[in-house]
Ligand binder design. Sequence first.
Ligand SMILES: Cc1ncc(COP(=O)(O)O)c(C=O)c1O
Length: 406
Amino acid sequence: MTHINHKDISELADEFGTPLYVYDKQRIVENYNRLNNAFVKNYPKTKIHFSVKSNSNVHILSVFNQLGAGADCSSPNEVMLAQKAGFADRDIIYTGNYESYDDFESLKNFDVKINLDDSTSFDRLIEQFTPDIVSFRINPGIGRGGYEGITTGGTDAKFGIPYEFAGEAYKKAKQHGIARFGIHMMTGSNNLEPYYFAQTVEKLMLISKNIFDQIGAIPEYLDIGGGFGIPYEDDELPLDIEKTAELVTEIFAEKCQKYGFGEPVLFLEPGRYLVADAGWLIAKVTGTKHSYKKFVGVDAGMSTLIRPALYGAYHRAYIYGKEGDDTVVNLCGQICENSDVFAKSVHLPVAEIGDLMIIRDVGAYGYVMSSNYNNRLRPAEVLIDNAKPHLIRRRETFEDLLSLLP
Ligand SMILES: Cc1ncc(COP(=O)(O)O)c(C=O)c1O
């Protein structure tokens, strides 16, 4: 591999240094259009909210704003980043988790949709203000994700209200004078199975009927979360998004009609599907060694990309300009942790110091989860638009680390 969006990777490394996150704008646009078209042609009142937590660079958010998406935010700061990227409040949905009084206080002056994690969240919210419309995140009792750490529904999940108790939360909101409602779920990330989405949506519809019958209202929107996966490994098949959209919208429309919901908006909150395969991490080989095993070390690490260390996630890697799979190595970073390994027993061409290592599918949950561990500096980010690279975040400096000290 030598190019990203027609731009030579070694030129990028020379110009911007390493480690470096590189994003392909055209790939992001393609991903968005594929997902949006698949749903909108089956259910025109579908609206995508890009999940800001997956990649919160304001310049990436602006791309989604220009495409007509909304923003799914998980903290007040993400809401403010979305606003900075040009999103109007009406196109922002905030889903918190154990939301604090301070979180709600920060949202007081904004007119964003608030999706609450629990009925106790509602108690804290109304001490600050009463919004026009409220939704609750329901745990439908089932969940599935690519790893345990990204499974967000089911009995082990810390998120949402168990569906059995959700009616009480809506009743409380209604008694407090709320007259407009939505409902939300997000049961797991990186799912590649269309029928899984259909199954969870069917359950959400049934749960919704039960809840909205109890309070004598209908939902203005049903938000089925994100979770659309991408293949991280060669032998995985991509998610069939046409099939997923067909199955989901068929159940959605049929149940909306059956339960008298009219035509509510169908919200989606994808992150990974839209940006993961549009991002690459470029790192430089800093050392190779033959210990009990063979190791290749690069100038990035779990501080740059934590997914492998955190979940055991796998990312394919290539060496710039070299082909073949002559060696089996553990590809690791420079961080002082034995879990700082990008890939174990991976087949690569023979690596030499100075080679560029290209780690793919890092556009989601990459930079956003980076840290200063070992006092390493966060990398720069570049967005390539039609072969033209734009620096969208400069590399951190040692002075940045010092700048927070009194
Ligand atoms: C509430 C919520 N919405 C959307 C997402 C985005 O998920 P994904 O990147 O799998 O599409 C997440 C991710 O965890 C989430 O928690």
